[in-house]
Design a protein around this ligand. Structure first.
Ligand code: GLC
Ligand code: GLC
Length: 811
């Protein structure tokens, strides 16, 4: 069942009923100021850091769900309602939510009054703009009241939700004309405040939540809007809010527009005060002045649209499959940019107070946005590499505000270092900026201990070969990509971390997955070394890789598929010899080892992929492992803590499905790759939204697997490495256009289902127009470049500014 439709022309998803199977979210903001907004106006905003600088309050896991946001209440002759449906839930004669690129517009109408609310963050500003249009569609004159409403968060979102003995006494505001200033803690160490303004005279205001809502009421039946009169309250402690009261007269057919600005301002210490106790409002007034008139708002919206147009034009497809087009052209890259901005911090499933930036996550996210914002990818790489240690290991997470490694989690996730090589390689292939390799980058953020980025990569590579176990396979450490495979932890006490409570220091538990990564990513390192003129180093690296490949085939092969690991005791993980109720096959090494080319010549690769099809594939995607773990295994860790079918225990973990898709292209089975692609790509799931439940325009981290009661139900939408990897799979491997070291590789492997398509790819300043006829999915392509046939699949990079026409026959 559908709850809306795609509007590809406007690059929007249009939700046509408020009663979606779950709140469907969008993001506002591109630089420093960000907002989350659901299709019913729920959500919150923050400046740079969702934990430390949160402007508005949101209560996770609330009842009803998704209550709290920026709301507009209308009192139309005693009938009080909200055009976003929530929180008043009065039936609407018309409802529509348009989630677009960086903006959301929600329209509701009732009793002949139409209200359209538009939310966005203008480029270059630290503010949200809320444009409210009211139109009288009835035949009679209306005199109505409009009340804005939002609840301030007392900045630190964690304290705000826990430290009530203090924060019920700290709230402070100032009100001046149509602007409400939130200045809690400004008197002491904070040099920032927030404000909420409207570009019209108000008839009243409120800043005290209890007075506005009523102590025993909720957002759905607040006193002030229902009574139709602001109380002009000034908050003192408790919970400061901002509400403007406006009286609006509308003739039949008349429309009026109001512009609200929710802004964030920082003042230099010396300029904090206008006079004792009164904040300096100069910067706020400047910001307000930018959006006083509706034409200014329209211009800012046009800027935003142009910004996205520019970003998305770097890779686009025209084909007859409209679902494919909208994933590749709009929604998948959009989600990649959101993961760039948010990492794993703030969504409806990530509370904004939990994780920082992940070392492995950020490197993989980069694969999805490097072609969109290469300059920012460069900066991100340096930030990430600065949290590496001198021995090549790395902090598993770091804080975005301080950019420092997080000591609580520490290091010891032995896949982490390799992802840096992959990220840097992707960046150089995209940009040709080999200069980045000579940048001096600190270890552990210590400016006294620096080395070139190239040296960082060498240490990443060596960290693997320096840490091999008894079978010559990489030691896993606390975990590898699968955070929940904890082979050295043995936790028996509730509340301990499965990852960091490691109490086994033995050097026995090995990961076949990291071995696959080493064989896949290691050659990039060798290539980079060669580029630096270090041919001995490149040869040494290739030697190590070859040894690893042998070790995998000798000790990492189980007969029908790749083993997953050896545990602390040297027992096999993910083997046909595993007992009843234990997993016999896990997905990660199947995809990754084949991507690396292991066993392609000798037949293991095909067998492994056929085993995936037979044992792991379901109608909703490929599960992580099978059978699921039925009991807790202290020697395996968190993976066996989840009930069967969820998360890492046999859920469809969408991040690793594209590895199998790419692997299928490696063995020349493009049709099967595309079949897997369509199973989890959200646009193809629109018709089963009632089962899938999360947004049909973005990927979720996990879909419940076949062993779960709720097979097909997704969770954790938006912030997941799934976005980047699926974009890599479809754009670079199935559609087959990817930057390589010496040129743009064109090697489609998708089969007859997409018989003809055109890709426009901008890379290093040149534009490539690639017209493909695809008759089979074997990954063999004949290329003609500007009319001349070439051998091989790589089109040499063209001069910046040039347009290259490529014809491709793919079979
Ligand atoms: C989460 C983590 C990611 C990890 C994955 C599998 O998505 O953010 O780092 O690889 O889970 O455990
Ligand atoms: C990953 C997993 C999650 C686990 C966490 C531990 O994010 O998806 O299930 O709890 O890692 O760090």
């Amino acid at each position: 069942m559908r709850f809306g439709h795609f509007d590809d022309q406007r690059k929007e998803y249009v939700i046509t009923t408020p009663k979606t199977p779950y709140p469907w979210l969008n993001y506002l903001g591109n630089e420093q100021f960000f907002g989350l907004v659901s299709h019913q106006g729920g959500g919150y905003c923050f400046y740079r850091d969702a934990r430390l600088r949160r402007l508005t309050r949101y209560r996770y896991n609330n009842v009803p769900t998704d209550s709290g946001g920026r709301y507009f209440y209308l009192n139309d002759g005693g009938d009080t309602w909200t055009p976003t449906f929530m929180p008043m839930k009065k039936e609407l004669d018309f409802y529509e939510c348009r989630h677009g690129l960086g903006y959301t517009q929600i329209t509701g109408s009732r009793g002949g009054l139409r209200a359209e609310v538009l939310f966005f963050v203008p480029l270059g500003h630290t503010a949200e703009v809320h444009r409210v249009k009211l139109k009288n569609e009835s035949g009679a004159k209306k005199s109505l009241k409009l009340f804005s409403f939002l609840e301030f968060c007392l900045w630190n979102a964690h304290d705000d939700a826990t430290n009530f003995q203090r924060n019920f006494s700290t709230g402070e505001v100032e009100v001046e004309g149509s602007t409400i200033y939130h200045k809690t803690e400004y008197r002491e160490r904070r040099d920032h405040y927030a404000f909420y303004h409207v570009n019209a005279p108000v008839s009243g205001f409120d800043t005290d939540r209890e007075s506005f809502i009523g102590l025993y009421n909720g957002f759905g039946d607040p006193d002030v809007p229902c009574e139709g009169k602001s109380k002009n309250t000034v908050a003192s402690g408790w919970s400061p809010i901002a509400s403007h009261g406006l009286e609006v007269d509308l003739e039949p057919g008349e429309e009026k527009t109001f512009v609200f600005v929710l802004g964030y301002v920082e003042n230099p210490r010396e300029e904090k005060w206008e006079r004792p106790g009164v904040i300096n409002k100069r910067r706020a007034r400047d910001l307000i002045g930018r959006f006083e008139r509706t034409e200014q708002v329209s211009a800012a919206l046009a800027d935003l649209a142009a910004h996205w147009e520019r970003l998305l034009s770097n890779y686009s497809i025209e084909s007859k499959d409209e679902k494919l087009n909208r994933m590749v052209n709009i929604w998948n890259p959009y989600q990649c940019m959101v993961t760039f901005n948010m990492s794993r911090s703030a969504s409806l499933f990530e509370s904004g107070i939990g994780r920082g930036m992940g070392f492995r996550d950020s490197n993989q996210d980069l694969l999805g946005f490097v072609h969109l914002v290469p300059e920012r990818a460069r900066e991100r790489i340096i930030d990430i590499a600065s949290t590496q240690f001198a021995d090549g290991s790395a902090y598993h997470q770091y804080q975005p505000l301080t950019k420092r490694g997080n000591n609580d989690v520490g290091s010891g996730f032995n896949d982490d270092p390799l992802w840096l090589i992959l990220g840097v390689a992707a960046y150089i292939k995209e940009t040709g900026d080999y200069g980045i390799l000579s940048e001096l980058v600190p270890f552990d953020n210590d400016p006294k201990n620096v080395a070139t980025l190239f040296d960082h990569l060498k240490r990443s590579f060596d960290h693997v070969s320096n840490n091999l176990g008894p079978h010559g396979l990489p030691l896993i450490g606390r975990a590898d990509w699968n955070d929940c495979l904890n082979l050295n932890c043995f936790s028996e006490t509730p509340d301990e971390s499965f990852q960091t409570t490691g109490n086994r220091t033995g050097r026995t538990a090995e990961s076949v997955f990291i071995a696959g990564m080493f064989v896949h990513i290691g050659p990039e390192y060798a290539k980079i070394a060669e580029y630096r003129g270090l041919s001995d180093e490149a040869a040494r690296a290739r030697g190590e890789i070859e040894k690893m490949e042998k070790a995998v085939l000798e000790h990492g092969w189980d007969g029908e598929w790749f083993l997953r690991a050896y545990d602390f005791f040297g027992n096999k993980v993910g083997s046909k010899s595993c007992k009843e109720g234990e997993s016999q096959i896990l997905i990660e090494p199947q995809g990754y080892c084949v991507m690396a080319g292991i066993g392609v010549r000798t037949g293991e690769a095909l067998k492994a992929l056929d085993s995936v099809k037979e044992r792991l594939d379901t109608r909703y995607g490929i599960v992580l492992n099978n059978p699921p773990y039925r009991e807790y295994h202290v020697e395996l860790g968190e993976i066996s803590s989840y009930p069967p079918g969820y998360k890492e225990n046999a859920g469809i973990f969408c991040h690793n499905n594209p590895w199998v898709m790419i692997a299928e292209t490696v063995v020349g089975r493009g049709e099967r790759a595309f079949e897997y692609y369509k199973k989890i790509a959200p646009a193809y799931l629109e018709d089963i939204s009632e089962i899938h439940r999360t947004e049909p325009y973005v990927y979720s981290q996990m879909i419940a697997g076949k062993d779960a009661a709720r097979h097909g139900e997704a969770k954790n939408s938006w912030l997941t490495g799934t976005a980047a990897w699926n974009f890599v799979a479809i754009s670079q491997h199935l559609l087959g256009v990817r930057p390589e070291w010496d040129g743009l590789c064109v090697q489609p492997c998708i089969g007859k289902d997409v018989p003809e398509f055109t890709i426009t790819r901008k890379c290093r300043g040149a534009t490539y127009r690639i017209h493909v006829r695809s008759s089979g999915g074997k990954g063999v392509a004949k290329l003609t470049v500007d009319g001349q046939p070439i051998t091989g699949h790589v089109v040499p990079y063209a001069r910046a500014g040039s347009v290259v026409e490529i014809e491709c026959e793919a079979s």
